[in-house]
Design a protein. Structure first.
Lengths: 173, 389
């Protein structure tokens, strides 16, 4: 594992069993939700399908694995705070937003106005992969997450999504 | 049986109804008869036996005049399967010549028995005794005619004279013989098993010695003291009480007395299975059914009570037993070993698995421990989530 900073709980076997005691469970879930967000942010990933074995939910060293039910519980907890959303009806595929979508929108808008990009059209590719955003947090952000974030901006009349040819673009106001 | 006659089940003028019982079987002497599962009605003069419903419809049924009854005895049949039930024996005098015909007229037995499926109703037996003692029929027949006097004479013959005395003695002898036999039935079974039991106890003590290395003198003495101190002088039995609630409350008091020391010794809590063994070992032959024990435990009052855990397991625990204290003590043990399974705790504290599990769950409920379910089973860890916060 690279330089990811695991919390001590990650090596504590009971961490991988959803606890029954109310207060304990509350604490455990909050550690988990923080860890999940931190993990996905570290890896700049947004997609997760329940059942995929990733290091986050399965600690080989202590031979512990969080059950799928447990994972679902944590993702649902994240959903409550707007940090995750299911993609399919079976709630197996999830998108994880380490910033809630409207926060993402604001960050992007801030970047756009700081760079004098208002009233011009730029492609989504430019935003997530372009040179001018290389140091931004949303660099490499998942396309579908990006679109959803921009949609929140559009709802606030701060931008407009448009599609031309086979590419998508956005115009900031 | 030849004293019984066929008769219509109708009351005569001066006759009154006294009592009845159901599900009664007749014995001719010691022989079973086909007269089973009938109703018995006792009047001031006679005793009727009929198939269910026959008596109330006034059909012809079996009838025994009470004047034939010389004495009434009780016999209890004991069997390991059915428990104890009472039969009553009616010792009869010789039949009078004017007796109407009846079943088994050539029978030779001088007594009949009545037996119910669950023994005879106590009240019925009592009223039978009273009615026979009252001799209402004598008063009426004496007034009527001298015929009755003639009819009485054979009975007097039996009681008086050397033959009468001899017969009486013989009967008594037989009775004592029977009761001795009955009394030793249980004992003989015990004796046949005694050899096995002795062997078993030897094996057990050998095992204990093996496991613990050398048992010190002190411990052997203690072990023996345990075995000796188990008996109860006067076990509470169901027969002694009118109502079951009274029986249970008395039983509960006795259980309390027996268990106070052992429960304190094992840390304030004992599983119901252990209680059952403990109590029954102390009672010796008067064994309790699990149901009776449970009912008695439900009404336990005083220093201990029955408790059911959320898991369904039931224990008897001391009033002073405190969940928080248990949780704290359990945490201490688990902390020492870092983590523990139910099995390990049970072994360490030498308590049953159920109790060990309840201890861990109690500690978990309080928040002292947290669980770890994995392929290797359920383990408990000190609750670092709360502690490290």
């Amino acid at each position: 594992m690279d330089d990811f900073d695991w919390p001590w709980e990650y090596n504590f076997p009971p961490f991988f069993t959803i606890q029954l005691h109310g207060k304990t469970k509350e604490l455990q879930l909050s550690v988990w939700t923080n860890l999940v967000l931190k993990y996905f942010r570290h890896h700049r990933e947004s997609q997760y399908t329940i059942g995929d074995e990733i290091v986050l939910f399965s600690n080989q060293q202590i031979q512990r694995k969080l059950s799928n039910d447990g994972i679902l519980l944590i993702l649902e907890e994240l959903e409550k705070s707007g940090n995750a959303a299911p993609v399919d009806k079976k709630r197996l595929q999830w998108e994880i937003y380490w910033h809630p979508l409207d926060e993402w929108g604001n960050i992007i808008y801030q970047w756009a106005s700081d760079n004098g990009m208002t009233n011009t059209v730029c492609t989504l590719y430019e935003i997530s992969q372009g040179e001018s955003s290389a140091n931004e947090e949303f660099f490499g952000l998942d396309q579908s997450v990006l679109v959803k974030a921009l949609k929140t901006l559009q709802a606030k009349q701060k931008c407009e999504l448009m599609s031309f040819d086979d590419n998508e673009g956005v115009k900031f106001f | 049986m030849n004293r019984i006659e066929y008769s219509q089940s109708k009351l005569r003028e001066d006759e009154t109804y006294v009592s009845k019982d159901k599900g009664v079987k007749l014995y001719d002497g010691d022989e079973k008869t086909s007269y089973e599962d009938g109703e018995v009605v006792l009047t001031s003069h006679r005793l009727f036996w009929g198939r269910p419903g026959e008596i109330s419809r006034g059909r012809t049924v079996l009838c025994l005049h009470l004047k034939y009854i010389q004495s009434i005895d009780e016999e209890s049949a004991s069997s390991f399967v059915f428990g104890r039930k009472k039969r009553i024996i009616l010792h009869l005098s010789m039949p009078t010549r004017d007796k109407s015909p009846g079943p088994n007229d050539n029978s030779l037995a001088n007594f009949i028995k009545l037996s119910g499926r669950n023994g005879m109703d106590e009240d019925f037996v009592k009223s039978l005794n009273e009615t026979v003692a009252a001799k209402v029929w004598e008063i009426s027949t004496n007034n009527q005619s001298t015929n009755a006097a003639k009819a009485k004479s054979p009975r007097i013959q039996l009681r008086t004279g050397i033959v009468g005395i001899e017969r009486n003695l013989q009967e008594k002898q037989k009775q004592t013989d029977d009761s001795i036999q009955l009394a030793f039935q249980d004992l003989s079974k015990l004796m046949t098993m005694a050899k096995d039991m002795v062997g078993l106890s030897k094996v057990i003590s050998a095992k204990i010695r093996e496991r613990q290395g050398d048992i010190s003198e002190d411990e052997t003495v203690r072990f023996k003291a345990y075995l000796m101190s188990l008996g109860i002088d006067d076990p509470v039995t169901r027969e002694g009480y009118q109502s079951s609630s009274e029986y249970y409350s008395n039983l509960a008091r006795q259980i309390c007395e027996i268990l106070l020391d052992p429960i304190t010794e094992v840390g304030g809590m004992m599983s119901l299975a252990d209680v059952y063994c403990r109590v029954n070992r102390a009672r010796g032959l008067e064994l309790l059914s699990p149901e009776d024990l449970l009912n008695a435990c439900r009404v336990l009052s005083g220093p201990m009570k029955l408790r059911q855990f959320p898991s369904g397991a039931m224990v008897v625990q001391l009033e002073s037993h405190d969940d928080e204290a248990v949780a704290a003590a359990t945490l201490e043990v688990v902390e020492e070993k870092e983590s523990m399974s139910v099995e390990e705790l049970a072994r360490l504290l030498s308590i049953s698995m159920i109790l060990a599990q309840e201890r861990l769950l109690t500690a978990e409920r309080v928040g002292n421990l947290c669980r770890d379910e994995s392929m290797e089973g359920l383990r408990f860890f000190p609750n670092l989530f709360l502690k490290n916060k």
